[in-house]
Ligand binder design. Sequence first.
Ligand SMILES: [Zn+2]
Length: 239
Amino acid sequence: MTKIIPLKLDYDNNGRIFTVYPTLIFDERDMVMIDCGYPKTFDKIHELASEKGIDFAFLTKIIVTHNDIDHMGALGQFKRSYPSIEIIASHLQAQYISGEQTAIRLQLAQHAYQQAEDHKRNQIQKLIDILNSVESVTVDRRVSDQEVIDVCGGLKIIYTPGHLPGHISVYHMESRTLIAGDALVSEFGKLELAHPKSNLDGAQARISAHLLSELDIDTVICYHGGPYAGNIKEELESL
Ligand SMILES: [Zn+2]
């Protein structure tokens, strides 16, 4: 019997709390985590899991929806601690996660720095330093749209670009649960697109959300906002 457990991870950034939901899917044979928190949240994630009786010694795979700091910040530490785990991402995102290409948000920040007036550069440099601190990690398996990872009752990869190019969501076929990454957020009791400032291509994000409405979904787990089980199909169509 497959279990799906979203871990509610509160990250304290200088007094401002950001809550995200790395999600564990596991059965007797495999344990898969989808996205894995900010840098320095490795221990906290272990605490949260052990409160629920989960032992990361059984971890077999981490799927990374995209290479933002809140989704892959702790990835390097996970890979070092559990060297046999398989790291999975889309073909495009794998290039950024592994450091073959400079992260898009870092490219944008570097460009902004060049364009900025002197007094604004300090602030942008801080952002560049934070983005630079994200550790690159080799991606072991590069997945295509609609590809099924044959564990835990079937994990279907759904390409959902918009927030970033190559962004993926994961559909657990057995339980009809969508782990949306940042393709969707749940807030104020409904589903929304991620904040326009964080979506690189808002129109594409909307198209991705509409594509998701064609799936038979009982529960959505958003990385920002957590599990949601309202009138999903209608809400996705209305976005
Ligand atoms: Zn995010």
